[in-house]
Ligand binder design. Structure first.
Ligand code: FEH
Ligand code: ZN
Ligand code: ZN
Length: 346
């Protein structure tokens, strides 16, 4: 079968012909229908040798949807032909966190040579993907694969980040979403569908603000010298109750703390590598709380799929045949993908 594989650190992935896997024990073989392309894939491709615990070579793709093609003899609760989305974080499988479907916070994460499908283990940028256990599969019924695949990371990560702030997002609250791309546009929809919060969107691109508007944001602004003043003015000067930063650079972190009201919450989701000086006394708003949410839990993925099936969230996608992955990667790297890039095996 064809697969897009990382074979050398710091080198672009290459198409390859590999054996179609045969499921054993509790393993499940899924025929891939769609795989999302994520900024984390770009980080993996750019990683220097030794930066990640992964062993080469492996197939990329950690945002995958498809149909079950074959079952190992020890599987339970799934049938060939079922349409599924992969729960991407694969932990040790035996700690309390993994037992509860919270592989994203596996207690043995630092001992593993992988983080999941396409992250040290063979992933979904291929015709088939082998999943260690049916516990990593969530049924999608009739949801189209290009809608389902991005839910497993862009949707789940945004949903998990909102879930951690839900206590602060009641009626009358205001949330700022910085960065309206593959994750940000879903966060806007999830905020609208599951909280009482008004949503203020911030980006550097006009087309991203248009996407924010289509996603239900109450207001959108380009990043400017006075963005903090513009956003605070939308809250009567008090500041916003929460910020979801999907960029995570020093500039966006500083913008976030500049618009938060006392007791405000900042969730840093983007891997921009930015820094924020935290000190007391200091300039941060009193009662300020910072979180670094990572991916999400398996129960939350089922909740995100249910939201999508209800029509409450819709993923804007740009399709590329798997053979055109280099073009999709280049477009994502230039910030020229509207919504989420989805690769479809050709
Ligand atoms: C996955 C693995 C490592 C870092 C970040 C990620 C995210 O794409 C998951 O949402
Ligand atoms: Zn990702
Ligand atoms: Zn674990």
């Amino acid at each position: 079968m064809r697969a897009l594989r990382l074979t050398a650190w710091g080198e672009p992935p290459a198409p390859a012909e590999v054996e179609r896997p045969v499921p054993r024990g509790a393993e499940v073989l899924v025929r891939v229908e769609a795989t999302g392309l994520c900024h984390s894939d770009l980080h993996v491709m750019a990683a220097a040798a030794g930066a990640l615990p992964y062993r080469l070579p492996f197939t990329l793709g950690h945002e995958v949807a498809g149909r079950i093609a074959a079952l190992g003899p020890g599987t339970d609760g799934v049938r060939a032909g079922d349409r599924v989305v992969l729960y991407g974080p694969w932990g040790c499988g035996t700690c309390d966190r993994c037992d509860a479907g919270r592989d994203n916070y596996c207690d043995r994460r630092d001992t593993l040579a992988w983080h999941g499908a396409g992250l040290g283990r063979d992933g979904g940028m291929a015709e088939y993907v082998l999943v260690p256990s049916a516990r990593h599969l969530v049924p999608i019924d009739d949801l189209p694969a290009d809608q389902a695949a991005p839910l497993s990371d862009a949707g789940l990560t945004s949903y998990h980040a909102v879930a951690g702030l839900r206590h602060a997002l009641g009626k009358g609250s205001t949330t700022a979403v910085i960065g309206v791309g593959g994750l940000g546009h879903l966060a806007v929809q999830i905020l609208r569908a599951t909280t009482g919060s008004r949503v203020l969107a911030v980006d550097v691109r006009e087309d991203a603000l248009a996407l924010a508007d289509r996603s239900g944001a109450d207001f959108g602004t380009l990043v400017r010298a006075d963005t903090a003043r513009v956003l605070k003015a939308r809250t009567g000067g008090a500041g916003v109750d929460a910020v979801l930063d999907f960029v995570g650079t020093t500039q966006t972190l500083e913008l976030a703390v500049g618009v938060l009201r006392p007791g405000g919450e900042l969730a840093v989701v983007g891997s921009g590598g930015g820094r924020l000086a935290v000190s007391k006394p200091g300039v941060l708003p009193p009662g300020f709380r910072l979180s670094l949410p990572f991916w999400g839990t398996r129960p939350e993925l089922a909740e995100v799929v249910a939201l999508a099936r209800s029509g409450a969230i819709h993923v804007e996608t740009e399709h590329f045949p798997l053979s055109a992955a280099p073009e999709a990667i280049a477009r994502l790297r230039r910030g020229r993908v509207r919504g989420r890039a989805v690769l479809v095996p050709d």
